[in-house]
Design a binder for this molecule. Structure first.
Ligand SMILES: Nc1ncnc2c1ncn2[C@@H]1O[C@H](COP(=O)(O)OP(=O)(O)OP(=O)(O)O)[C@@H](O)[C@H]1O
Length: 368
């Protein structure tokens, strides 16, 4: 058996023989989940369509288990690969059950008659996506999210070796997004099915993929494990983020900070400050945060949301200099918010700081 179930070698993809992206080199082992991420129009669908043989390769090769894609017949490919793409499928008077059952066609005879075993597999696939109750509905008369789940059920009952999905979560609510990824994870880890998909939700990609392919410009910008790829600089460069930022620790996106002279100084620790930072951010008020140890969870949020931040090294006593800066910040701000600080032996000077704010008549405890 080949080292990789799917391997691209110097692959170039595009339209009318012109390469849009070239030098695409990645390998996917059996049972691995690989996710393509990247901005709109970067070429994720083009790569998926090329691998699923809906577009002619512009250059290079794709191998399935050491066999070149071009040497695999469409019939063989359809029994090994299930494809869930974004294009709307046009159907006339087909029920959801009928659509799912077409996933069994590679296994049925020429008349497409389903055996009892096929029917059982179809029912199981419908149950896996919680779609039993819409089985008799016209496929054209259900919601986009329901269609997406039906197309997944169709792919499941195809019992493929590899499943290729283009933005499979785009119309799903949060419950079904998580459920879809859970189903794919089980298919990959329990049944050894290889999964290749594109996702816009980078937070989910970070949590479910074994490998990430970052598609941007003419070449693959990065390829590796989520730990290797999900760094602030990589994600901000991939999406040209100048109107916000990416927090690799939480996997979340933050809106651009409100710059300017701080109006409010938030004193906090241990995550107590973060809801207040977000409220101030929504209100468009520039604020300062401190005194934060750089290993405090509030520090991660303050770094990207606060216009000024006063920090101290973890487990160190608060230095004279840092303390003085914090007092100056109290003088500069109109309001000081005590969001809740855990005070111990290292940061005992926080007591004095809060006292100072109280004396200045600026201390508030209920900003939310
Ligand atoms: N049939 C086509 N002929 C020529 N160019 C096309 C065709 N389809 C897409 N393109 C172009 O190819 C580029 C990549 O498109 P593609 O759909 O692969 O991007 P994507 O990363 O999947 O985007 P999105 O996140 O918006 O779905 C875009 O510039 C797009 O306009």
């Amino acid at each position: 058996m080949a080292e990789y179930y799917l391997l691209t070698k110097d692959l170039a993809v595009g339209y009318q023989g012109k390469a849009l992206i070239h030098d695409i080199n990645f390998g996917i082992c059996k049972g691995e989940i690989v996710t393509l991420i990247g901005p709109n129009g970067s070429g994720k669908s083009t790569i998926l369509k090329s691998i699923t043989r809906q577009l002619r390769l512009v250059g290079g090769k794709v191998f399935f288990d050491d066999t070149s894609l071009t040497n695999i017949s469409y019939k063989e490919l359809s029994s090994r690969m299930a494809v869930v793409l974004t294009e709307r499928i046009r159907t006339e008077l087909m029920t959801c059950h009928d659509i799912v059952a077409t996933g069994r066609y590679p296994y049925t005879g020429r008349l497409g008659i389903l055996t009892a075993e096929d029917e059982r597999i179809v029912d199981e696939a419908m149950a896996a996506v919680h779609a039993q109750e819409i089985g008799n509905r016209d496929f054209n008369a259900i919601s986009d999210g329901q269609k997406q789940r039906i197309m997944l059920a169709r792919a499941i009952c195809q019992e493929p070796e590899i499943i290729v999905l283009d933005e499979p979560t785009s119309y799903l609510d949060i419950r079904y997004k998580l459920e879809l990824l859970d189903i794919l994870k089980r298919m990959a880890k329990k049944k050894g099915i290889t999964v290749l998909m594109s996702l816009h939700e980078i937070d989910l990609a970070q949590k479910c993929a074994d490998k990430i392919v970052c598609v941007r410009g003419e070449e693959i910008m990065a390829y590796g494990t989520p730990e290797e790829v999900f760094h602030e600089e990589t994600i901000e460069k991939l999406y040209d983020l100048d109107n916000g930022s990416y927090n690799p620790l939480s996997g979340s996106l933050e809106l651009k900070k409100t710059e300017g002279e701080p109006e409010v100084f938030v004193i906090s620790s241990g995550g107590n400050g973060t809801p207040i930072y977000r409220k101030l951010q929504r209100e468009g008020r520039p604020f300062a945060a401190g005194i934060l140890y750089t290993n405090d969870v509030d520090y991660q949020a303050a770094r990207v949301l606060a216009s000024k931040i006063i920090t101290e090294e973890p487990f160190e006593e608060i230095s004279d200099n840092t303390y003085k800066n914090a007092e100056n910040m109290i003088d500069r701000c109109q309001i000081v918010v005590d969001a809740g600080v855990h005070i111990g032996s290292c940061n005992h000077r926080m007591r004095n700081l809060l006292q100072y704010a109280q004396e200045k008549g600026k201390l508030k405890r209920d900003y939310l």
